[in-house]
Design a protein around this ligand. Structure first.
Ligand code: TK8
Length: 344
């Protein structure tokens, strides 16, 4: 697929970059050399997200005949969700894919995705995020210097901790839980009795290991890929929050692309999204078995508790509904209600 000339140019580019002689990211694109778009993520390269970025990179290279090259920087090497988003806004990093919750500082609407026990099925999230509601949240980022290409899946989140089995809501009391850096989530976990400690993802393993925190919550494939089982004994299947990763490109860099390149990026982002969601859902079952095998003790939160928990969070939701705006929240719930009554 690669023409020899392209491979050679790429080698030259890599060699020049390695000697520090060329900064491909900020240099205007020459017709002959590929434009480099670095894509930073907090998860490891062999996570579902990391693998999906590699798939995305191949598609982008193919659809632009090698004019654009995506380079994955995994494991938080270029920063965390908040700092990488800031770097995109400043134009010092080209791409990232943070958890949607960390974008709530720019548009409170993103918090609605993470309202505990709101989405029941992945298909509901897909329909809402890929539809007009989700598109509107992405569009709201443009004035903040960000272009949202697609919602990829992070997934339904579950809890782990090193203290004791958590099998009902009363067990939450006093557990120091690392949370994402989102006020609605911090308020929610506090209301439920946790000692919530918001923290960037790349610090979580060490914080669990040193017992600075007792637990954390993330989708099963992330718990496995991040080796949290090495420092956490108890897993609670809670499915308490759905979360998405938002594939973002810096507006400054987006505007430097040709129209055809933008179309190619959007096409690749959508195709990789479908693949990534499939991988994410397939991986959840496998990850649970693997975590059990590695010695995690598994419990789950009963369905009735989920409903009671949602009830206890009513005034937290009220507070954030006001920030998000009634119309936006109502539309989300109307859409969800429609999906549920139409039997999806
Ligand atoms: C990785 C994060 C991660 C998220 C979190 O950078 O912070 O717990 O679930 O996937 O985006």
């Amino acid at each position: 697929m690669n023409q020899p000339g392209f491979v050679l140019r790429r080698r030259l580019l890599l060699a020049a970059a390695a000697t520090g002689g060329l900064c491909a990211a900020t240099r205007p694109a020459a017709a002959s050399s590929p434009r480099l778009l670095r894509l930073g993520i907090g998860l490891p390269a062999d996570s579902i997200q990391g693998r999906a970025v590699q798939d995305f990179a191949q598609r982008v290279e193919r659809y632009t005949d090698g004019a654009l090259r995506i380079e994955l920087h995994a494991g938080g090497k270029l920063g965390n969700d908040l700092s990488m988003v800031q770097a995109l806004r400043d134009g010092t990093l080209e791409m990232t894919a943070p958890d949607s919750s960390t974008l709530a500082r720019l548009n409170a609407g993103f918090s609605a995705i993470n309202y505990p026990f709101t989405f029941f099925e992945e298909a509901e999230a897909d329909t809402i995020l890929d539809g007009a509601w989700g598109r509107r949240q992405l569009d709201s980022l443009v004035p903040h210097g960000l272009v949202g290409l697609a919602y990829w899946e992070n997934g339904f989140r579950h809890m782990t901790n090193s203290l004791r089995p958590i099998a009902q809501a009363s067990d939450f009391q006093g557990v120091r839980l690392r949370t994402m850096q989102n006020d609605m989530l911090v308020d929610s976990f506090r209301r439920l009795g946790f000692e919530a400690v918001p923290m960037p993802f790349p610090q979580v393993f060490e914080a669990l290991k040193s017992k600075a925190v007792d637990g954390q919550e993330n989708p099963l494939p992330t718990i496995l890929a991040s080796r949290f089982h090495e420092v956490q004994k108890y897993l609670t299947l809670s499915r308490h929050v759905y979360s998405a990763h938002v594939l973002l490109i810096s507006r400054r860099h987006w505007e430097a692309l040709s129209a055809a390149q933008r179309v190619a990026l959007r096409r690749a982002a959508g195709e990789s999204r479908d693949l990534e969601r499939r991988w994410s859902r397939e991986a959840a079952g496998h990850a649970l078995a693997a975590l059990r095998e590695r010695g995690m003790q598994v419990s789950s939160i009963p369905r009735q508790d989920a409903e009671r928990i949602r009830h206890r969070l009513r005034d937290v939701f009220d507070k954030y509904n006001r920030q998000i705006g009634a119309a936006e929240v109502v539309e989300l719930y109307v859409e969800l209600g429609r999906l549920r009554t139409s039997g999806r």
